[in-house]
Ligand binder design. Structure first.
Ligand code: PA5
Length: 433
């Protein structure tokens, strides 16, 4: 199981940080489990690791094989919850340099997540002379960024392969029956996958929204689902030993102590994109009604040389949650002679992994001494099983935490404000006022 350790935050917490929140957590759990809380119609993800559509996952695997056979590049079009989960697990389970290191799988590029014409043109140019396929992911089917990107890549596919050929290279992940994208897919006869109605974007990584790109990369998606199921079985059991309860209570208690910014920190570059997924999960779920911990993320040790100063000595409104993997996947032995001019002779016989771990321990001590509480989440291995556990842990803790702070963790009304202004400026019909 994942291990959650609060000991480096204890000096900052009142003695009753957990006991005083047990009633609130019991109620939050009930709301979550029974779908009776605010946004309860979007709690389909709670039981998903057990109830997912086996037939659809089988089709995801079949389709991934087709895409792998026919494509040098897979373009994944989507934004927010319709791409961050896939990217997070792709980088976590393969490499942040996946596109350089993939040998037997297509390169995977994520687009439709900006409105930058430079970024778009660059990618359109890149695939011009490559065999590529497109997986467009949008639950609503009408998000502007992804609709524009899909329009452009569909156009390029049709130019390259004709309308018939393009049809074999377009894979649509959207609502089962509704939305512009579903209607287009039905009209054109594209292969489709569904995001269940009761699962919102940021909780959708274990649906085809995340699973199809991951399967194309050769990630063992059954391992992810098994891991999520194991975490589900553990975390749905109530009680103060439950690590999701502890995490939700600790961050809620730290917030009450004025620690309003949480930094997710990892010591593996593989966690960088995971930090982006995690920020959306907590930021969009909790940041409302004038409340919410502000989620930030850093990658150590690199950011110790950029953000380290602020974390150590800046405004004391921070706490850190460190994700640590214990079992290495590789070894990198350092073997300088004692008199080596690098001055690194003192590391002779050490593995780089050991050095990284000492950096982690040294950083925790320094940051705690500097007034930054540290929460520690220990994950055994960077494997599909443990990635599934990690995803479910954060999703479940986020649901609990949202209810504990009295907000609806499953809506995002604030996201509409920029869209309304943008549509008015663009002259979209219906937005004239
Ligand atoms: O979590 C969410 O609901 C959002 O981030 C959405 O995923 C994002 O806005 C994209 O929406 P859609 O999948 O409808 O294109």
């Amino acid at each position: 199981m994942l291990e959650f350790d609060v000991s480096y935050a204890r000096p900052f917490l009142p003695a009753n940080w957990l006991s005083s929140r047990l009633d609130g957590l019991t109620e939050a759990r009930q709301l979550l489990e029974n779908g009776e809380g605010l946004g309860g119609e979007f709690t389909g993800w709670v039981d998903l690791p057990r109830s997912y559509d086996r037939e659809e996952v089988h089709r995801v695997l079949q389709t991934a094989r087709i895409i792998r056979r026919q494509s040098e590049v897979l373009i994944v079009v989507g934004i927010g919850g319709s791409y961050l989960g896939a990217r997070a697990l792709l980088e976590l389970l393969t490499s942040p340099n996946y596109n350089l290191t993939c040998r037997r799988s297509p390169q995977i590029f994520f687009t439709g997540n900006t409105l930058s014409s430079d970024a778009m043109t660059e990618l359109l140019d890149y695939v011009q002379d490559k065999d590529f396929s497109v997986n467009v992911v949008s639950k609503s089917g009408s998000t502007t960024e992804s609709a524009i990107a899909f329009f452009l890549f569909r156009q390029l596919l049709e130019e390259k392969y004709g309308r018939e050929g393009a049809r074999d290279r377009i894979f649509v992940t959207t609502d089962r029956t509704e939305g512009t994208l579903r209607a287009l897919a039905n009209q054109e006869g594209y292969a489709t996958f569904s995001i269940p109605r009761d699962i919102g974007g940021r909780y959708s990584v274990l649906t085809p929204a995340g699973l199809l790109p991951l399967a194309v990369a050769g990630v063992e998606i059954s391992g992810i689902l098994d891991g999520a199921a194991a975490a589900m079985a553990r975390l749905r059991r109530p009680g103060q030993d439950n690590p999701a309860w502890q995490y939700a209570a600790a961050r809620n208690a730290l917030y009450d102590q004025g620690k309003t910014i949480e930094i997710l920190a990892g010591y593996e570059p593989h966690l960088r994109a995971f930090g982006e997924w995690w920020k959306q999960l907590f930021g969009e779920s909790e940041g409302k009604d004038g409340k919410g911990v502000f989620p930030a993320s850093v990658e150590f040790t690199t950011d110790l040389h950029s953000m380290g100063q602020y974390i150590q000595e800046g405004k004391r409104d921070l706490f850190e949650t460190v994700v640590r993997f214990t079992i290495p996947q590789s070894s990198c032995l350092l073997d300088p002679a004692p008199e080596d001019p690098s001055g690194l002779g003192y590391l002779r016989g050490r593995d780089l992994r050991f050095v990284n771990e000492q950096a982690r321990q040294g950083t925790v001590l320094a940051h705690v001494a500097g007034g930054v509480p540290n929460l520690l989440l220990t994950v055994p291995e960077r494997t599909p099983h443990w990635a599934g556990q990690l995803v479910y842990f954060f999703e479940y803790a986020c649901g609990l935490s949202g209810y504990l702070s009295g907000v609806n963790p499953f809506n995002q009304p604030g996201v509409e404000a920029y869209k309304t202004n943008m549509f008015a400026l663009l002259g979209k019909p219906g937005y004239e006022q």
